[in-house]
Design a protein around this ligand. Structure first.
Ligand code: PLP
Length: 280
């Protein structure tokens, strides 16, 4: 059975009900988080907490984040899942009056689910490369994901796993992950800005690379650089490090296979998932 917590109440997912006047439904007025839980422990909760607070502050919404993290543990324990993905959605709530502006005295809606999750090493994949048609504040983890939905559907229809996005010729990120290039033994990733979500996995990959002594460059990346990288990969909490070996348009990346440096980074990341320092 899938369990959830809706506004502080633990219940089977099949019993959860939300008003059609909820501003998440009407306006996409909310933010979300996704956390991986490995062996019953949340991965990097402090980093997720910080990003959640930043997203909430950016949309001027105030909720009790300590309570939310306690509710996440409740749903995780009730689900009896060793490994899980926790999805947290917070909206500005439901009001009887449909108006774009913030209603007065409305209680936010907070919905948490735990889904089964197996962390497996993924096969090298294909990505399509498309113009970034999303809004200009992608550093906020907004629930308004229509552009991502349309782009990822296009990828699926092209038998690709991801969509690498660019704006004015510069790579921003991918539709559900951050982008990295390994070239000549150095690790490059687009700098953080309004157009890029500060991925928790991105942060951890950079930390691991630093510990391995890899040179790290955070800068703007031209879309033409993607195909000439030795290895191109994307990162996210649910997929870890996924190598991209073919682009459309763009053709094969580098020699068409991920390098030894990539696998060393991927192995170190996968190992780090089981280490306690991520609990901080
Ligand atoms: N960028 C986008 C647009 C995403 O949707 C995600 C994950 O959902 C990421 C990056 C990666 O973030 P994280 O590593 O925190 O999962």
């Amino acid at each position: 059975m899938i369990w959830c917590v809706l506004n502080g109440e633990l219940m089977p997912l099949s019993e959860a009900r939300i008003s059609p006047m909820d501003r998440g439904f009407l306006f996409g007025d909310g933010v979300y988080e996704v956390l991986a839980c490995i062996n019953g422990r949340m991965r990097a909760p402090a980093l997720h907490r910080k990003r959640l607070l930043e997203s909430l502050s950016a949309i001027r919404l105030s909720v009790d984040v300590d309570q939310i993290f306690a509710d996440m543990m409740r749903v995780l324990k009730r689900s009896s899942l060793t490994n899980a993905k926790i999805y947290l959605q917070i909206t500005r709530g439901a009001s009887d009056v449909r108006s774009h502006t913030f209603p007065k005295e409305v209680k936010p809606t907070c919905f948490i689910t735990a889904m089964p999750f197996e962390f497996t090493k993924l096969e090298p994949a294909k990505a399509i490369v498309r113009e970034d048609i999303r809004w200009r504040k992608n550093k906020i983890k907004s629930i308004s994901l229509l552009a991502n939905v349309l782009l990822l559907q296009e990828a699926k229809e092209a038998e690709a796993e991801e969509v690498i996005l660019f704006r004015e010729g510069q790579v921003t990120e991918a539709s559900t992950s951050n982008v990295f290039l390994l070239t000549g033994g150095a690790l490059t990733t687009p700098s953080l800005c309004d157009d890029v979500l500060p991925g928790i996995t991105r942060y951890l990959v950079l930390e691991i690379a630093r510990n391995q002594g890899l040179p790290i460059v955070e800068r703007s990346v031209k879309v033409e650089e993607l195909a000439i990288a030795d290895t191109l990969f994307v990162s996210s909490s649910t997929r870890g490090l996924l190598p991209i070996v073919e682009l459309n348009p763009g053709g094969p990346v580098g020699a068409g296979v991920p390098t030894v440096e990539f696998y060393a980074l991927q192995d170190a990341y996968n190992l780090s998932l089981y280490q306690n320092h991520l609990d901080d």
